[in-house]
Design a protein around this ligand. Structure first.
Ligand SMILES: [Zn+2]
Ligand SMILES: [Zn+2]
Length: 426
């Protein structure tokens, strides 16, 4: 039998007391299905037997404090010694668990994980020990705390530890002696229609005060009274008792455009206390607001939000176009003849936030009919990213071809609706 293990153990117990957890943790990578405390106890037993058998064991006697010997004398003081690595932290785990339980109580969750920020001095002492005995069989103290605390919480709550996708993270900060409960976000995939003009998709902070509230925004901190985001979020935040939300839309329509096609979105709820939301009920609550209509499809994750934001979906628009001069059937025919690639230099109206470049988008379908002397209605299906307003006006030659250009009659969009959005598989 090699004495490598015993030599390491001897080095650990040489000066001062080390608890079973810290002793066993130095051999955590050896054997499975046991605990560090059991590993530590097993090794300590060997030293106690040797001591009782009269062998010279060469460790600090305080480490054998708990034994009742047949032959050897136990000279150590009888009060419980303090572990030189962890300061008997593991004795406090039960109290820490109770404290965590008190905080967890109000949260709805099925799975959790424990994370620990070990205090600086314990980490330092662990480093010193590793230098002495090497790290080959060791495990960091925080891994043991996370696991042992996790087991206790599992036992007391019936909830399951989940390291990949926990509903809740229990964060133990040893320096601050604090436990923080961090529920992970709720992600909901849905589709929306915007049935009215004049509200933006997302909350738009007042540009004069940056959302703090000023005279111009009447202390509301925002440019518009509400938004699709706020209408959808309100019942969800209330029911989930969430701290806030983020809206991830697959593109967006203009403030003055309706969106009658179903636009994909993901709603993210931050720090939810309740997470067993009934989507059908939530959907009904949101749909009481007549300005927006939603279908809440399912719970999803961050990847879904990323996916729908990146999706390039074909859209169909219905637009009312006003012309400067009267239009005839021939004009409409000419416009319907725009079938090629449309080249669009970044429009003036978005130039402040988009790179100045020329992009090409294809019109997939274009039909139109005259509705009055100077007005016509068109249905346009295009690839994602077409600037519709500029397709109509020509944007002073930046968009080519354009309605204005092909009939030499200044045209502009009077009203715009998104009537259909390509479906996406989520
Ligand atoms: Zn210890
Ligand atoms: Zn303001």
């Amino acid at each position: 039998m090699t004495t490598q293990i015993l030599e390491k153990a001897k080095a650990i117990m040489k000066n001062g007391y080390v608890c079973d957890h810290c002793l066993g943790r130095a051999f955590a990578q050896l054997t499975k299905g046991t605990t560090n405390a059991a590993r530590g106890k097993a090794i300590r037993d060997v030293f106690a037997f040797s001591d009782d058998a009269g062998e010279k064991i060469d460790i600090d006697a305080v480490n054998l404090n708990d034994y009742v010997f047949r032959n050897a004398k136990n000279n150590a003081a009888k009060q419980k010694p303090t572990c030189k690595i962890c300061g008997n932290l593991f004795d406090k785990l039960n109290d820490i668990m109770k404290k965590a339980m008190k905080k967890l109580f109000r949260f709805e969750y099925e799975t959790f994980v424990v994370g620990t920020k070990v205090s600086g001095d314990i980490a330092d002492r662990e480093e010193v020990l590793w230098e002495l005995i090497g790290t080959e069989y060791c495990e960091p103290v925080k891994a043991e705390i996370n696991r042992e605390l996790g087991k206790m919480i599992e036992k007391n709550t019936g909830k399951k530890a989940d390291f990949e996708n926990p509903d809740i993270v229990v964060l133990l900060d040893m320096d601050k002696n604090e436990i923080e409960i961090k529920p992970s976000q709720i992600w909901i995939y849905g589709l929306y229609q915007k049935l009215v003009r004049g509200i933006p998709q997302t909350k738009w902070p007042c540009r004069h005060c940056n959302g703090r509230g000023c005279k111009i925004c009447k202390q509301k901190g925002k440019m518009y009274a509400t938004s699709v985001e706020e209408i959808v979020a309100k019942p969800l935040i209330k029911t989930a008792k969430a701290s806030g939300s983020s809206f991830h839309g697959s593109g967006r329509e203009d403030i003055n455009a309706r969106c009658l096609g179903w636009r994909p979105f993901v709603m993210e709820l931050q720090h939810p206390v309740k997470r067993k939301l009934r989507l059908k009920e939530m959907e009904n609550a949101i749909n009481k607001d007549r300005r927006v209509k939603v279908k809440l499809i399912k719970f999803c994750n961050k990847d879904t939000a990323r996916k729908i934001k990146a999706a390039k979906l074909t859209k169909t628009y219905k637009i009312v176009v006003k012309f400067e001069k009267p239009v005839g059937k021939e004009d409409i025919k000419k416009i319907m003849g725009i079938k090629d690639l449309v080249k669009q230099r970044t429009p003036v109206r978005v130039a402040h936030r988009r790179a100045d470049l020329i992009r090409e988008r294809r019109i997939l379908k274009l039909t139109g009919r005259i509705t009055s002397r100077k007005e016509a209605e068109f249905v346009i299906k295009t690839e994602a990213g077409m600037y519709i307003k500029e397709l109509v006006t020509g944007d002073d030659g930046r968009t080519e071809p354009s309605f204005t250009g092909v009939i030499n009659n200044k045209a502009k969009v009077k009203a715009l609706d998104v009537v259909e959005i390509e479906k996406i598989k989520v």
